[in-house]
Ligand binder design. Structure first.
Ligand SMILES: *[C@@H]1O[C@H](CO)[C@@H](O)[C@H](O)[C@H]1NC(C)=O
Length: 457
């Protein structure tokens, strides 16, 4: 494999990296090279193999300022696998070059917004069941033999911030609370960063904004559907919740062109279009996977008529298997419908799955003989043939690698910028208004261990 590698910085330690360093350093580790090596022979593999990672070749802009970000390759990727939606996972995403970082948003008992993948996942994503006083406050506390359910709305913000995040997993309820909480992790993930003195911190939504801003990255929060009845406690409505999420960006002085608000609930998205400055980039996530063609066409038209501009289905919705095509996959009828309705596409989630490209995320290419390297093939088809705006990845190094290899424009006009522009933007955190037509590779807040293996590079 012909990969020439320039190690530009000899050591990058996440533990000692200050946020300022996270602005400037990108470390993609070894995994992208493993995936290239695993690819079937062909032009795409050749193209991805012959990339010459030298400083001058790589001006990678993923930030709100226009500092070119160079891509040093280090061997410390294994130090970047942290529990989802914690400060530590966001730092790791930034370090792997994620241009846009997601906080999944839910609310606490005292109506504060925090980053969690679901309102009721604290029993598998934190150590709450091992804290007797807090466990007792869960909707269903852990007891031996009883499946617990612990929700952000069971706790005040202060209580939630006293918890430690951990890899999303659980064991049988027949053991102790500790055995339930710490165990059952998929063998391609890791518990390495779920223990110890670091106690992975659950950020508030506002804290996530400050953190992501400090990386020079952009924002794509998702308003998670409440698990409690709305209006919550009789007077906290869905609209108030949607507005509160948008307001956090206004309070932080973030330009709306740096923010992609998302929801699976179309009404939330149309609410933002109708009532906030965040409508232009609001994203309608598609969770209606069974919709036949006539129905998704009607849904796309309804969204477009309401002023929504971006739709976000899972990746498999966008491709069909075609053995006669160059890459075995071609854009689906769903893609044609988005184009007919003038909608842009963001999609999810690359690197969500363990080894073996089968199961739910790969259902439309089930008949295709695939290798691990076909993760990159799919990314290429999504980029070139589907023309997506961005791709969520649970391991942003892979999307960063591809974006740099293929020189996917992160900002169309970044070369045109002068120092004065940069200074002005830094002063205002303003937008360079280049969003239209530019592409972003995204990172979900959940990072997973994808079993790094060194390859001969
Ligand atoms: C958005 O505005 C349209 C037109 O005024 C209105 O019909 C619709 O009900 C509004 N929807 C939401 C969710 O705010």
């Amino acid at each position: 494999m012909k990969l020439s590698v320039a190690i530009l910085l000899s050591t990058v330690s996440l533990a000692s990296a200050e946020d300022a360093a996270l602005r400037d350093i990108i470390s993609i580790g070894t995994r992208p090279y493993y995936l290239v090596e695993e690819m079937k022979d062909g032009e795409l593999k050749n193209a991805l193999s012959e990339i010459d990672f030298r400083r001058s070749d790589l001006s990678f802009v993923s930030s709100s300022t226009n500092d070119d970000r160079y891509l040093p390759l280090t061997s410390c990727s294994a130090c970047m696998q942290y529990p989802e939606h914690t400060v530590e996972s966001y730092k790791a995403a930034a370090l792997m070059g994620a241009g846009i970082i997601e906080c999944d948003v839910t609310f606490t008992k005292d109506r504060e917004l925090v980053c969690r993948h679901a309102q009721c996942d604290l029993h598998t994503t934190t150590d709450v069941v091992t804290r007797p006083e807090l466990n007792a406050k869960c909707t269903t506390p852990f007891e031996t033999g009883v499946e617990p359910k612990c929700c952000s709305s069971d706790f005040t913000l202060e209580e939630i911030q006293s918890l430690c995040g951990k890899m999303d997993s659980k064991n049988s309820v027949d053991g102790t609370a500790e055995e339930y909480a710490f165990g059952g992790t998929a063998d391609w993930r890791t518990d390495l960063y779920s223990h110890g003195s670091t106690c992975p911190k659950i950020p508030t939504h506002a804290e996530s904004i400050e953190l992501i801003k400090s990386f020079g990255a952009k924002f794509t929060p998702e308003l998670k559907s409440p698990d409690v009845e709305m209006p919550y406690e009789g007077d906290y409505t869905q609209e108030m919740y949607a507005q509160q999420m948008a307001d956090d960006y206004v309070k932080a002085g973030i330009d709306p062109s740096h923010v992609w608000l998302q929801s699976f609930n179309s009404d939330d998205v149309i609410y933002w279009v109708n009532n906030t400055d965040f409508g232009d980039q609001a994203v309608a996530l598609d969770g209606e996977y069974e919709m036949p063609e006539e129905e998704f066409k009607a849904w796309h038209k309804m969204l477009a008529d309401a002023g929504v501009k971006i739709v976000a289905p899972p990746m498999w919705r966008l491709v069909d298997h075609d053995p006669n095509s160059d890459h075995g996959m071609v854009p689906s009828a769903y893609v044609a419908s988005t184009k007919e309705n003038g909608l842009d596409i963001i999609t999810w989630t690359l690197e969500r799955t363990g080894p073996g490209l089968d199961g739910w995320y790969w259902q439309t290419t089930a008949d295709m003989e695939k290798t691990e390297g076909d993760r990159l093939t799919l990314l290429h088809v999504l980029n070139e043939d589907v023309g997506v705006l961005g791709v969520f990845s649970d391991w942003p190094a892979t999307t960063t690698f591809y974006a740099n290899c293929m020189k996917v424009a992160m900002h169309d006009d970044h070369h045109a910028h002068t120092e004065a522009d940069v200074e002005e933007e830094e002063a205002t955190d303003g937008s360079d208004a280049s969003a239209s037509g530019s592409r972003y590779l995204m990172a979900a807040g959940r990072l997973v261990n994808l079993g790094l293996r060194m390859v001969g590079i």
